[in-house]
Ligand binder design. Sequence first.
Ligand code: NAP
Length: 252
Amino acid sequence: MPDRPRIVLGMASSIDGKITTRERPKLRYGSDEDRRRLEARRVAADAVLIGKGQLVSDDPPLLVRSPECRQRRLSERGPEGIHPVNCVVTSRLDLDISSFEFFNHAETRRVVFTTGAAPAHALALARRHATVEVVGAAADGRVDLQSVVRRMGELGWSFVTLEGGGTLNFAMLQAGLVDEIQLTLCPFVFGGGGGVPTSIDGDGFPKEAIRKLQLASCETSATGEAFLRYLVEPAPAAIEPAATFSKAFRVR
Ligand SMILES: NC(=O)c1ccc[n+]([C@@H]2O[C@H](COP(=O)([O-])OP(=O)(O)OC[C@H]3O[C@@H](n4cnc5c(N)ncnc54)[C@H](OP(=O)(O)O)[C@@H]3O)[C@@H](O)[C@H]2O)c1
């Protein structure tokens, strides 16, 4: 897609890939260094994108907090640009926008990407709190992510960070719209099976569509975290069938 923004997925997870526990509490398990890296992505970004699930569970205004970073954004982008534009995707706008801190923060600009399935009264209410972009729907009725990203390009955005949750992260990867993944592996095990959210959820890829990544950098810190940067390769991975693998590594 020409002129679309570069999109970096930034997440922190336990070493077993979980982003919260079964009860889905709002947890802060990343260190200050992880927070600094998140902030660095936001400082460089035109916009931050999240899904409705993340909005409903955490209600997070997506802010630049450190005084130095705020000052830098202020001087480069003016008072309206202290924070990257806060964006959310929701297909039918079936939530009370006015009740969220995300939509009431004094300093942020908000954009809601939704579809023609959103009712008129919900659109009108949302427009009091945000710019509403009505884009096409995909075959499953959800927001067509290609249209979202195309619209971001038309808005002149060149760098967007994707901050979850796992359902949207998967859908963006599946649509081929993620260029890089910056993952902080935190030194915890949350455990649990299907009901516990991971950094990339959704239905999962069939084996012929598994995404291949290229390690760009790996740093560790005294906090026990690993900061991994991966570039997403354009074509799906070709992974050898298990039979070939076990033959090569058979224990005698
Ligand atoms: N630790 C971390 O770094 C971190 C970061 C982020 C989130 N989280 C956790 O992740 C959880 C939320 O994640 P989640 O997976 O439940 O929800 P999510 O990915 O935030 O949002 C998914 C929702 O987005 C909407 N959507 C619209 N178009 C879509 C499309 N094309 N593809 C996918 N989604 C689309 C759908 O709602 P509609 O029905 O309205 O379309 C869908 O249900 C929370 O528990 C939160 O605490 C943790």
